[in-house]
Structures are given as structure tokens and as C-alpha cells.
Write a protein that binds this ligand. Structure first.
Ligand SMILES: Cc1cc2nc3c(=O)[nH]c(=O)nc-3n(C[C@H](O)[C@H](O)[C@H](O)COP(=O)(O)OP(=O)(O)OC[C@H]3O[C@@H](n4cnc5c(N)ncnc54)[C@H](O)[C@@H]3O)c2cc1C
Ligand SMILES: NC(=O)c1ccc[n+]([C@@H]2O[C@H](COP(=O)([O-])OP(=O)(O)OC[C@H]3O[C@@H](n4cnc5c(N)ncnc54)[C@H](O)[C@@H]3O)[C@@H](O)[C@H]2O)c1
Length: 461
């Protein structure tokens, strides 16, 4: 019989929520272990947010150099060294992994590297370098994450498509990249590779890019992509894929048209890492999509087992995974924090950025409440002119019967930073007039908020 090591806190999967909880609880004197398959620090720093934003930065520099002449500097269409781009991305990742590794060690939790699976209700077996080990915890937290879903399209899997993981390591520039999916991953990657110098075709089967956004916002993003020279194929179903990514590949559409390229990147959504790890033995129920069913305190159907981050069905952002840690910690310390009613910001790192907090106009309409809308083209903000970044819009949704801000959307330079200003106003319960009348520094992009909230509000419903 293999011995079972017992811990106060056992975390399976070291994502943002799990690693933060582990460090916190280890520092508080608990006996804590984290079982992690191999990505020290989880997907954000290894294969997701951080390397994509490093790639996006390389693309931004290439684009700036390309247009340097108009700013009076010497530039032009200089070739991009993808070997260096990939190396820089890897350096940024390595630094953060190292930082995490040291923080883990300093906190005092035990990091067990290996693939974990339940072998009994509260027992996880790990296949680690030193042979199999069994661990149990008074409290067990599952922070397993997701991976790129490969749609069941004939020939797609056999074509060896790239996902974000491989695309971030490419040290040759794809001559022509086909991107399947116009969500967050597809949009960031499509524009980055276009600006690095690839021809890019983006295929989205739905009616709009960034599916959850309002039509005018999605159309503005599409215009931006078309202006960048990206071929955008909307509302198209891929019937089959022929060839191999990295060589020659073609997406054959339902109407028989062929969209050909050299590489194909799949960015068509995510699937949870819940298969074949004995969750049924653990008594952890899944929903119809395979995500762990968790309540507002992130409790699963198994007593003493919680789920955190994407695998728990939480919105797929690192800052939400971090908040799941706060909810989990509150459960340990007797607090009452839950996942209900969270105000969750999002920022899409295209150029210019897209950001949203609270309700979109469509969501406000669906909610049935009376509301007003304010709109502003970014072009009228002085800072947008000094930056030569005049594309985009700001949009706010305000309650009709009070001055409460219900939502804010921006496509424009530094949208993620401007968003935080509105978010703080919303968190503080400030009326929209505070942003209309507050003295904001000139010339900043945030100054546009004075104009946005000072503009005529059109009433709805
Ligand atoms: C390309 C891309 C870009 C993104 N960019 C952003 C961004 O800019 N901003 C943002 O907020 N969000 C971004 N996201 C989303 C963000 O990465 C995730 O929401 C975030 O990392 C939270 O993940 P998590 O905590 O749920 O789990 P993860 O960080 O995915 O952690 C899960 C961990 O569990 C491990 N694991 C899984 N199964 C097992 C097992 N059986 N045994 C042992 N270990 C296991 C995995 O190795 C992994 O390390 C991006 C996602 C992608 C794909
Ligand atoms: N900046 C950020 O914060 C950031 C960046 C990347 C990812 N993320 C997170 O990761 C999540 C997942 O991103 P994602 O882009 O993989 O998924 P997504 O769900 O956001 O978008 C997937 C898109 O692919 C389309 N699609 C699916 N199957 C298709 C097919 N066969 N042909 C053509 N199109 C198809 C869908 O209609 C959808 O528009 C995001 O929702 C986001 O929460 C965040």
C-alpha cells in the first residue's frame, strides 16, 4: 500500500487562484501542497496572457517602425526577425516563472510536479519523477484550467494546427496564417501576426467578431482589421481542412470556396481539463460542457472540495481567477465573499485596445430596465490626435431613473487604463456626473470621459 501524505490544503493545478491560495495559506502556517503538471505559475504566465502580450508588443514595435517616417523618424518596411521575437517572448516568460518559483519557495508550500488524478474520494495520485505518490487534504481545491478546443471539422486535427501554445513559439513568420475563430485569442493573434508581416485570413462562423459585444463595436473592430489588411471571412462554416499547417493548408468552406494559407491557428474556444482524472471517483459533478459545477462560494458537489478559475466556469480572465482565490480564502476564514454580482472588466489587447466593464447596450436592452446611452468618437479626444491613434469610440450606458453608470465600453488607445477610471467610479457608486464634471488631466485619453458623459444622452425604453 502506498502511503498517503496528508495536508491541510491540497491544490490540484497551479493556476492564478490555486497558487495564490497556496502561498497565502502556507504563510499563515498551514501545511500546503500544490500538484502541478509542469507549468510553474500556471497558464497565464507560461502560455497565455503574458507571452501573448509580449508578442503583441513586438508587433506594435514593428508597426511603429513601419510608420516611423510619418513621425519624422527613420523607419520603413524592415523585416522582422521571428527568432528574436520568440526569444524575447521566452525571456519574459522565463523571468516570470523564476519570480513565481522563488515566491513559491519563500511561502513554504510544497510544489509537487506531476500529473494528478483522483484514485479515491479524497486521494490524488501523482505520477512524479520519483515514482507515484498519494496525497490528501483536509480541503482540496481544483484549479485545472482549460485548453484550446479543436472543433470537429474533417481533416482539422490531422492537419497539425497551431494553438496559441505553438504559435507563441514560432521562430519563422507564417507566410499566410489562417486563424479560425474571431474571439479574444483569434483577434489578438491575427492582428499581431499581421503586424509582424504575415498575410492573415480570419474565419469566424458567427455574425460578429468579439461575439458578446454590440454590433457597432464589433463592426468597428472588423473595420480596423480590414484596414490592417486582414482578410475577414464572417459567418462562414468550415466544412473540411486539407493539407498540413506549416506547409500548405486550405480551409474548405461550406459553399465549396477554399481559403488557403501556410499555417492554421485554432482559436475556437476552450475545453476544461476535467477528463480522465477520476473526478467521478471524487464525487465532483460536471456540467454538460464538462466544467465543474460550483456554487457561488465555489463549493463542488463533493464535500471539502472546491473548484477555482476557468474549470469552475468562472469568466476566463486571470483577474477573475485571482478573485476566486479571494472567495476561497473567505470560505476558510469565515467570511461571506461570493462570486455573485461581480463587476468584471475585460480588455482585449488589439491596437487600439478594446475594453469593457458592466453592461453593453445590448445587455442593457435585454435587462428590460430603462437606460440612456452616451457615445463619443475617440477622434475628438486631443490625446488621440497627438498619438495619431484616432480610430475608435467610447460608449456608456446610464440608468434612466438615476445617474448610475451601468456600463462602459471603449475601443481606443489605452482603453484598458481608461476603463479602470470608470470601474472605480462604478465601485464607489459615483453618479456619471462625477466623470462629467471632474477635473481630468489634459491631454490624456481619460479626459475623453468629460466629453463622453457631457455629450447628449439618448434615452431608451
Ligand atoms: C492565448 C490566451 C491569452 C490570454 N490572455 C489573457 C489576458 O490578457 N488577460 C486575462 O485576464 N486573461 C487572459 N487569458 C485567460 C487566462 O489565461 C486564464 O483565465 C487564467 O490563466 C486563469 O486560469 P486558471 O486559474 O483557471 O487556470 P490555469 O492558469 O490554466 O492553471 C491550471 C493549471 O492546472 C494544471 N493542471 C491541469 N490538469 C492537471 C492535472 N491533472 N494534474 C496536475 N496539474 C494539472 C495545468 O498545467 C495548469 O498549470 C488568456 C488565455 C489565452 C488562452
Ligand atoms: N485579453 C484577454 O483578456 C484574453 C485574451 C485571450 C483569451 N482570453 C479569454 O480566453 C477565452 C477564450 O478565448 P477564445 O478566443 O479561444 O474563445 P472565444 O469563445 O472567445 O471565441 C471563439 C470564437 O471562435 C468561433 N468559432 C468556434 N468554432 C468555429 C469554427 N469551427 N469556425 C469558425 N469559428 C469558430 C466562435 O464563434 C467564437 O467567436 C476568452 O473568452 C477570454 O475570456 C482573454
Amino acid at each position: 500500500m502506498t502511503e498517503i501524505d496528508a495536508y491541510d490544503i491540497l491544490v490540484l493545478g497551479g493556476g492564478k487562484a490555486g497558487k495564490t491560495l497556496a502561498m497565502d495559506q502556507a504563510k499563515a502556517g498551514k501545511r500546503v501542497a500544490v500538484i502541478e503538471a509542469g507549468m510553474i505559475g500556471g497558464s497565464c504566465i507560461n502560455i497565455a496572457c503574458i507571452p501573448t502580450k509580449a508578442l503583441v508588443r513586438s508587433a506594435e514595435v514593428a508597426e511603429t517602425v513601419r510608420h516611423a517616417g510619418s513621425f519624422g523618424a527613420k523607419g520603413g518596411d524592415v523585416p522582422v526577425n521571428m527568432h528574436r521575437v520568440a526569444a524575447r517572448t521566452a525571456e519574459v516568460v522565463a523571468d516570470m516563472v523564476d519570480f513565481n518559483r522563488r515566491a513559491f519557495a519563500a511561502s513554504g508550500f510544497e510544489l509537487v510536479i506531476g500529473w494528478g488524478r483522483f484514485v479515491a474520494a479524497r486521494v490524488i495520485e501523482v505520477q512524479s519523477a520519483g515514482g507515484p505518490r498519494r496525497l490528501t487534504g483536509e480541503r482540496i481545491y481544483l484549479n485545472l484550467g482549460t485548453r484550446a478546443a479543436i472543433p470537429p471539422v474533417a481533416g482539422l486535427r490531422d492537419a497539425g494546427p497551431l494553438t496559441h501554445v505553438e504559435a507563441l513559439k514560432l521562430d519563422v513568420l507564417p507566410a499566410h496564417l489562417i486563424v479560425v475563430g474571431g474571439g479574444y485569442v483569434g483577434l489578438e493573434m491575427a492582428q499581431a501576426f499581421r503586424r509582424l508581416g504575415s498575410a492573415v485570413t480570419l474565419i469566424e462562423r458567427g455574425p460578429r467578431l468579439a461575439a458578446r459585444e454590440d454590433d457597432d463595436v464589433a463592426a468597428a473592430i472588423q473595420d480596423l482589421f480590414v484596414a490592417d489588411g486582414i482578410e475577414v471571412a464572417m459567418g462562414e462554416e468550415i466544412a473540411s481542412v486539407e493539407g498540413r499547417s506549416g506547409d500548405h493548408i486550405a480551409a474548405v468552406l461550406a459553399d465549396g470556396r477554399r481559403l488557403s494559407g501556410s499555417h492554421l491557428l485554432v482559436a475556437a474556444g476552450r475545453e476544461p481539463m476535467t477528463r480522465d482524472i477520476g473526478l467521478e471517483i471524487a464525487g465532483v459533478d460536471l456540467d454538460e460542457r464538462g466544467f465543474i459545477k460550483a456554487d457561488e462560494r465555489l463549493r463542488t458537489s463533493a464535500p471539502g472540495v472546491w473548484a477555482l478559475g476557468e474549470v469552475a466556469g468562472s469568466p476566463m480572465f486571470t483577474h477573475v481567477s485571482l478573485d476566486d482565490y479571494r472567495v476561497a480564502k473567505s470560505g476558510i476564514t469565515g467570511g461571506d465573499r461570493t462570486t455573485k454580482g461581480r463587476l468584471i472588466p475585460s480588455c482585449l489587447f488589439i491596437d487600439p485596445e478594446f475594453a469593457r466593464i458592466g453592461l453593453s447596450e445590448r445587455e442593457a436592452e435585454r435587462s428590460g430596465q430603462a437606460y440612456r446611452v452616451a457615445r463619443l468618437p475617440v477622434d475628438v479626444i486631443p490625446r488621440a490626435r497627438t498619438l495619431s491613434k484616432r480610430v475608435g469610440l467610447m460608449k456608456a450606458v446610464i440608468a434612466a431613473d438615476s445617474d448610475k453608470i451601468l456600463g462602459f465600453t471603449m475601443l481606443g488607445a489605452q482603453a484598458g487604463e481608461v476603463l479602470a477610471v470608470v470601474q472605480m467610479a462604478m465601485l464607489g457608486g459615483l453618479p456619471y456626473t462625477a466623470l462629467r464634471d471632474g477635473i481630468l488631466a489634459h491631454p490624456t485619453m481619460a479626459e475623453g470621459l468629460n466629453m463622453l458623459f457631457g455629450s447628449a444622452l439618448s434615452a431608451h425604453r
